[in-house]
Design a protein around this ligand. Structure first.
Ligand SMILES: [Zn+2]
Length: 351
């Protein structure tokens, strides 16, 4: 179960605040983004507890999707999907409300892009176009009709908050992808990076295809899955996210972990490349970040959607599943996992 994923991890925003080497409005933007993330996380926990008590329609729909998935995986009767792209991009008008207001539609499916005079940032247009590319990627390669594979409308929000330094999948009803404008000094807007869109979209797919909890190892696995599917469009996660003055190429570099940025104001990329470093993190806070960069799309997708992943799956269990699903390529896949520390400890208490 997803709680809420923000593409920019908390530790990075905290480092910028602690270093204090940027203009006050940037520090303030990072602080308010952090506060907002905490609010979102706590409201998601409340929503999950409430959903478990009341079993609302969203939870029922998800359970139905998971049960269909398990049946399909067992009986191999997946029908050819229909193409039902249905995008709506809302303008949050700098509101930080949760959920964001829906009173101003920027672009609706089939509508015209908006003029530069109306939105000089182009965020709404970028978001509308990026949603199609992401939808088409999952449809073309995995025959997936939207996030829930049942044509779920893709609602997204641009201009969320003021100088909001993040983008996130809200993980709760009404399901949405939300994008901030960035502070303009360190962070650009978040809508023109397709891998950011793909990362958040994948969180939605994970939510509808597996019961993975968003805590500890299963939370980190959730993050890694989002990065891996985003990596299929680009090795660099968040390429273009930094403004021109920042010494950085992206938020994470999946090919060369730990080399995405190194800047006095932000700190140095500390993305993990090997399991041995994993336990050093406070997993409960940042879910370990995206650790793994080795991927073969269809094998990963099959592992994700095959109905075999448990609620609190470990990296070891997931890697075993991937190796098993790889068939004749199993040995090659195992070697790739060994590069990042496989076999990992199997105990869920190893953290
Ligand atoms: Zn994420």
């Amino acid at each position: 179960m997803t709680i809420c994923c923000c593409i920019v991890p908390e530790y990075l925003l905290k480092t910028i605040v602690e270093k204090g080497k940027t203009p006050q409005h940037v520090i303030h933007a990072c602080q308010s983004t952090l506060e907002n993330s905490k609010h979102l996380q706590s409201s998601r926990v409340e929503a999950i507890v409430s959903a478990q008590r009341q079993s609302p329609s969203e939870a029922e729909e998800r359970e139905a999707a998971l049960s269909t998935l398990a049946y399909d995986a067992k009986h191999r009767t997946v029908a050819r999907p229909t193409h039902q792209l249905n995008r709506t991009v809302y303008d949050s008008q700098n509101s930080r409300d949760d959920p964001p207001p829906r009173d101003k539609i920027a672009i609706k499916e089939g509508g015209a892009l908006i003029s530069e005079a109306e939105d000089p940032t182009k965020n709404a247009n970028e978001c509308y176009i990026g949603l199609k590319k992401t939808y088409d990627f999952f449809f073309k390669f995995f025959q997936r009709n939207s996030i829930n594979s049942r044509g779920m409308p893709l609602d997204s929000f641009v201009h969320f908050g003021v100088h909001f330094n993040n983008a996130f999948w809200n993980g709760s009803s009404p399901i949405s992808l939300v994008f901030g404008d960035g502070d303009g000094i360190l962070f650009n807007g978040f809508t023109d990076e397709l891998d950011v869109m793909a990362h958040e979209y994948t969180h939605g797919v994970v939510q509808y295809t597996s019961p993975l909890n968003y805590t500890f190892q299963s939370g980190s696995l959730n993050e890694s899955l989002a990065d891996v599917f985003a990596t299929m469009s680009n090795w660099l996660i968040g390429e273009g996210i930094w403004t021109a003055g920042v010494n950085g190429s992206a938020l994470r570099d999946m090919k060369n972990p730990g080399t995405a940025y190194d800047d006095d104001r932000i700190g140095k990329d500390n993305q993990l490349a090997h399991w041995k470093d994993f336990k050093k993190l406070d997993i409960s806070l940042d879910n370990g970040g995206g650790m793994l960069g080795k991927s073969i799309g269809s094998i990963w997708y099959k592992a994700l959607t095959g109905g075999k992943l448990g609620r609190d799956a470990t990296f070891k269990e997931f890697a075993d599943l991937i190796i098993k699903n790889a068939g004749k390529h199993g040995d090659e896949i195992k070697e790739a996992w060994e590069l990042v520390g496989y076999p990992f400890p199997d105990s869920k208490s190893e953290l």
